[in-house]
Every structure is written in C-alpha cells, then in structure tokens.
Design a protein. Sequence first.
Length: 94
Amino acid sequence: MHSLEPRNKLLLVEKVNEKKKEDRPFYVPDSVTQEPTHIVVKLLGAGKDSPFYEEKGSLLLVQSFLVEKVTYELDNFWVVSETGVVGILRKNEL
C-alpha cells in the first residue's frame, strides 16, 4: 500500500456521496443519463505551497470532469487541480 503527496497544484481527494444508479422498471442507456457538472469531495492532502494546505478534511465543490483517478500498482487515488475547485463547503449556523 502506498500514500500519495500531491504536487504541481494537484489536490488529493476522496469522492463523497456518489449517487448509486436508480432502480428503474425499464432500461435507460448510460448515454441518456446526464452526469453532474459538479461533485463534492473531501480534501485528503495538498502540497505545502497550496492555499488548500490548511483545509485538510474540508468538503470541496469541484468540477466533476477535472477529478482524475490515478492508479499505481493496486492503489487508487483521486486528484483534482486547484483550478477545478469552485469553493469550500461550510455549514451555516443559524
């Protein structure tokens, strides 16, 4: 098992709350369903020079097409460019 320390303005993330395919009483081809343009990820790591370095554990809203799966041997990692981050999600306290 390996760990990954991101570099070059990449963030190590984990996908959160991926929706499972709905059970439908009829067949719908994958080409018909639309993928979301943005997803929520949990920040696992960032380079020391990154503005996200202190935000480890935060939930980020990112552009879904910029999240990339990186595989090394048997390990899978998800990375996204800092420029793909729309913002940091925070709960509003009323």
